[in-house]
Write a protein that binds this ligand. Structure first.
Ligand code: FES
Length: 106
């Protein structure tokens, strides 16, 4: 079983996550205060910016393809390398308070 180190840059917390498990599930086991709600890749509550590293998250339906390269839905994302994540960060197109798309600029 291949495992990777996942560091949360805002707190310095570090956990080890297997490629076969989601980052969120490991956070919950380790007592990391990662926000979440739906756990099925739709609400975006568990979003984190990928500062360094690579994940696979084919079921992260809440993100566009481009957003999924820069952000992880930790309830869906599994590590493919060691990672540095910034929790609570959302793509610019998302209003963090509501989890809804931001209004278009006119
Ligand atoms: S908890 Fe809803 S998208 Fe991850």
């Amino acid at each position: 079983m291949t495992e990777h180190t996942v560091e949360f840059v805002s707190t310095g917390e570090t956990i080890t996550v297997a490629e076969t498990e989601t980052i969120l599930s490991r956070c919950l086991e380790e007592g990391i205060a990662q926000e979440y709600s739906c756990r099925v890749g739709m609400c975006l509550a568990c979003s984190a910016e990928i500062v360094e590293g690579e994940v696979t998250q084919p079921a992260a339906r809440g993100f566009s393809e481009r957003e999924a390269e820069e952000y992880a839905l930790t309830c869906m994302a599994r590590p493919l390398s060691d990672l540095k994540l910034d929790r609570g960060k959302y793509p610019p197109s998302i209003e963090p308070e509501t989890g809804q798309p931001a209004p278009a600029d006119d």
